[in-house]
Design a protein around this ligand. Structure first.
Ligand code: ATP
Ligand code: MG
Length: 263
């Protein structure tokens, strides 16, 4: 029998097995006279790691805010696993399996690292049920510990979040997002404010979690991080998609070089 030769890139190969996990159609956000997003048609394949880059104010965080229900778009649709989730509140979107970390660290400083992730693990699913209570509690603890472990903070479980280093706090935030067991994880500048060593560590961490059944969207300014992590890159500029492609394609795209990479 003839052997089929797979000439697809790894990202296409993974994505081709299933339809897009997330799709936006003509997604738009207007802040008064400012079009923060205009008619964005975006698609990401299941299990892909996609970087979203672009200059300050390009609309990257606004895009995440729409996907995660923090902001209601003024136009267009968001489809997640084929379901229209446009304008749903953030708790409903979290239950459907989208999680995010914030550009500015968003943790409970006076709770321990474990408590921070446990609250997130609890928030996903399950209405309160007396019968299931005990097993659910053990289950949630276990999930919380797994989430801490996957961001390398299990040995800090009992430490107050406020006492963690900046880099550890940022990783804790990723752990909080993971504790909700998402299938799509949106990371908004996870390495912001980190030292070179911390950045490297977080990059390894994101790579590791991206190997499990998880689609990752990552906003990142550090081009080295982006080029190494991403299967594909989307470039936003003034609220619109300027270019999309593999890291190699984006690095050579003249339009991208002009507005972004040159600076
Ligand atoms: N709540 C808001 N009200 C009014 N304008 C806003 C609001 N949020 C964002 N904007 C504006 O929308 C545009 C896009 O902002 P956004 O934060 O999405 O950019 P960004 O690409 O994440 O930038 P950065 O790289 O600096 O984080 C900017 O011009 C910003 O000033
Ligand atoms: Mg931003």
């Amino acid at each position: 029998m003839e052997q089929a030769i797979d000439i697809r890139s790894p990202a296409q190969g993974r994505g081709a097995a299933s339809a897009a996990i997330l799709k936006t159609e003509q997604l738009s956000v207007q802040f008064g006279g400012l079009a923060a997003l205009s008619q964005v048609n975006f698609e990401v394949a299941r299990d892909e790691v996609r970087a979203i880059i672009g200059p300050n104010g390009a609309g990257k965080s606004t895009f995440f805010n729409c996907l995660t229900g923090v902001l209601r778009p003024t136009g267009g649709r968001i489809l997640f696993n084929g379901d229209d989730i446009t304008g749903l509140p953030s708790n409903k979107i979290s239950q459907k399996g989208i999680a995010r970390s914030y550009q500015i660290t968003n943790i409970l400083p006076n709770a321990t690292a474990l408590e921070n992730v446990r609250i997130a693990a609890q928030s996903r699913r399950h209405a309160w049920n007396m019968v299931a209570h005990h097993s659910a509690f053990a289950d949630i603890n276990e999930k919380a510990e797994m989430a801490l472990d996957s961001v390398g903070l299990l040995n800090k479980a009992g430490e107050l979040a406020a006492n963690l280093s900046h880099g550890q706090q940022r990783n804790l935030e990723i752990g909080i997002a993971l504790a909700t067991e998402p299938s799509l994880l949106c990371l908004d500048e996870p390495t912001a404010g980190m030292s070179a060593a911390e950045t490297h560590e977080t990059m390894q961490l994101v790579k590791r979690i991206g190997e499990k059944n998880l689609t990752i969207l990552i906003v990142e300014h550090d081009m080295e991080v982006v080029m190494e992590l991403a299967d594909r890159i989307t470039v936003l500029h003034y609220g619109a998609i300027l270019a999309e492609g593999t890291p190699e394609e984006i690095q050579q795209n003249p339009k991208v070089l002009e507005v972004y990479l040159k600076t």
